[in-house]
Design a protein around this ligand. Structure first.
Ligand code: ADP
Ligand code: MG
Length: 345
C-alpha cells in the first residue's frame, strides 16, 4: 500500500489534535511535545495588516485583556475555520515549535480535525501543514481518533459509541469495523457552558464577569448533578447596578442550574443518534455503554446525568482531555489502522 511506503521509514512522524480549544502535538517515540490552547493573539496595524503576537498559552492569557488593536482569537472556535490565515499561522507555529531544527526531517503528519470541517477547510489545514514543512499530511476524523484513544474495539464487528465534548463542539460517533456508521457534530460544548455561567451570574447576582472566569468557575465547582457536599467559590466582577467592582460567593448548585441547558442539548443530541441506530448496533451499545472523551467529560457527574437521560451505561475515558491525541498517537504506530481510517482520498 502507498501509505505503508509513505509512513514506513520515518521516525519523526508526528500527529496533531487540532481542537477547538486545545492543540496537542505528539512526535512519534517522544510522546506529547505540545499541549496548548488553540489561541492566537494578533495585532492589527493601522493599514489593517495583521501581525502574529503570540500563540497558545501566552495568547490565552491575553483573552479578554487586550487593548483595541490586539485581539486574541480562537480560529477554530466553532468547529469551523473562522480565519484561514490565522489558522495557518497557528498550525505552522505548532509544527515548527515541536521540532528543534536539527531533527526537522520533513515529517509525515497525522492531523485530527473537528468533524464539521468542510472540504475547503480541510484542504486549508493540509496546506498549512505542508507549507510548514510536512512531507505528507493525513487527516482523520475526531470521533475515530477519540474512540481509538479511549481504547474502544472499533475494528471489531461491534458497535462502539463515543461522545467527545470539547470546547466548541461535541462530536458523537458510532463506529464499527473501523468505520463511522453514524456521526453528528453539534456546536454545544464547554464554551457554551462558560457562556451560560456568565449569563447566569449576570442575571442572578448582577455581576459582570468574563468568559475566562466562566470557565474557571465551571472547572472549579461545575457539576451536572446534585452534590452531597456543595462546593463554593468567591468570584470577582463588576456590579451592573453600581458599576463598582464587587465579590460574590457562587455555589455548585448555581453552576448546575446555569449549565443545565447546554448539558441537556448535548444529551438530546446523543439521544437523537441512539434513536436511529440499526437494531444490532443498538444492542451492542446497550451491552457496552457509551464513552465520553474531551475536556467537557470532566464536568462532575456528567456520566450520571447523561445516563439518566439516555438510560444507558456511560463511562468517562481515562484522561479525557488526551483521548483524541492518544488515538492519533496509536495511528502513528499502526499503519494498518491508519489506512482504514484516513479520510484522505
Ligand atoms: N475539569 C474540567 N471540568 C470541566 N470542563 C473542563 C475541565 N477541564 C477542561 N474542561 C473544558 O474542556 C474544554 C476543552 O476540551 P478539549 O477536549 O481540549 O476541547 P477541543 O478538543 O475542542 O480543543 C474546555 O471548554 C474546557 O473548559
Ligand atoms: Mg478535541
Amino acid at each position: 500500500m502507498l501509505l505503508n511506503k509513505l509512513f514506513g521509514f520515518f521516525s519523526n512522524d508526528m500527529s496533531i489534535d487540532l481542537g477547538t480549544a486545545n492543540t496537542i502535538v505528539i512526535v512519534k517515540g517522544k510522546g506529547i511535545v505540545i499541549n496548548e490552547p488553540s489561541v492566537v493573539a494578533v495585532q492589527k496595524n493601522p493599514s489593517g495588516k495583521k501581525r502574529l503576537l503570540a500563540v497558545g498559552k501566552e495568547a490565552k492569557e491575553m483573552v479578554g485583556k487586550t487593548p483595541e488593536n490586539i485581539s486574541a482569537v480562537r480560529p477554530l472556535r466553532d468547529g469551523v475555520i473562522a480565519d484561514f490565515d490565522v489558522t495557518e499561522e497557528m498550525i505552522r507555529y505548532f509544527i515548527k515549535k515541536s521540532h528543534n531544527r536539527s531533527s526537522f526531517l520533513r515529517p509525515r503528519i497525522i492531523i485530527c480535525v473537528p468533524y464539521g470541517l468542510t472540504q475547503v477547510e480541510r484542504k486549508a489545514v493540509k496546506e498549512a501543514a505542508l507549507s510548514a514543512g510536512a512531507r505528507e499530511v493525513v487527516l482523520v476524523e475526531e470521533p475515530k481518533a477519540a474512540a481509538i484513544g479511549a481504547e474502544l474495539p472499533i475494528q471489531e464487528p461491534q458497535g462502539s459509541l463515543v461522545v467527545d465534548i470539547g470546547g466548541g463542539t461535541t462530536e458523537i460517533g458510532v463506529l464499527s469495523l473501523g468505520g463511522l456508521v453514524k456521526s453528528k457534530s453539534v456546536r454545544v460544548a464547554g464554551d457554551k457552558m462558560d457562556m451560560a455561567i456568565v449569563d447566569y451570574v449576570k442575571k442572578k447576582y448582577n455581576l459582570l464577569i468574563g468568559e475566562r472566569s466562566g470557565e474557571e468557575i465551571k472547572i472549579k465547582i461545575g457539576t451536572a448533578v446534585l452534590l452531597e457536599n456543595e462546593l463554593k467559590m468567591t468570584i470577582k466582577g463588576r456590579d451592573q447596578v453600581s458599576g463598582l467592582l464587587n465579590r460574590v460567593e457562587i455555589t455548585s448548585e448555581d453552576v448546575r442550574e446555569a449549565i443545565s441547558e447546554p448539558l441537556r442539548e448535548i444529551a438530546l443530541a446523543l439521544k437523537d443518534i441512539i434513536e436511529v441506530l440499526p437494531p444490532d448496533l443498538a444492542g451492542d451499545i446497550v451491552e457496552n455503554g457509551i464513552v465520553l472523551t474531551g475536556g467537557g467529560a470532566l464536568v462532575r457527574g456528567l456520566d450520571q446525568y447523561i445516563s439518566n437521560i439516555v438510560n444507558l451505561p456511560i463511562y468517562v475515558a481515562e484522561d479525557p482531555l488526551l483521548a483524541v491525541a492518544r488515538g492519533t498517537e496509536k495511528m502513528l504506530g499502526e499503519m494498518q489502522l491508519l489506512q482504514q481510517i484516513s479520510i484522505d482520498e
